[in-house]
Design a protein. Structure first.
Length: 129
């Protein structure tokens, strides 16, 4: 749920879901980020539209949700929250799929031999953030 929707719900005394913490899977082949069906249901959000997506089984129409994503909320200085429109994805073992729409906002470094990666996203007060 995006920040403006949360504020509207607070003002209208409509139930506001608690933040949902979960694992994200980085997918450099995905143009858009996605959220699992279970995560969307747990967040009490309704789709804002439909989008045609390519899947291994062929093209499909999937619901689109407006969310605010904070990567690494337990860090001392997490990156800025990101308002996103994400598609519903079939993914097990993770709350969401992190696609190029998010990756393109920062820098991703992969150290294959050590099986490590770093993702640097914009932070307020820093160049580019």
């Amino acid at each position: 749920m995006q920040r403006d929707e949360l504020e509207r719900r607070r003002l209208e005394t409509i139930a506001v879901p608690l933040p949902l913490y979960g694992r994200g899977v980085i997918d450099t082949a995905a143009e858009k980020s996605g959220v699992s069906v279970a995560t969307a249901q747990a967040m009490l959000i309704d789709p804002i539209g439909m989008n045609r997506v390519s899947t291994p089984g062929g093209p499909m129409h999937r619901p689109v949700y407006a969310i605010t994503l904070t990567v690494g909320p337990n860090l001392d200085r997490p990156p800025d929250p990101l308002d996103l429109e994400v598609v519903e994805v079939d993914i097990e073992g993770a709350a969401m799929l992190i696609g190029r729409d998010v990756l393109g906002l920062g820098e991703l470094a992969w150290r294959g031999a050590r099986r490590e990666f770093e993702l640097h996203l914009p932070r307020s007060g820093q160049p580019g953030g």
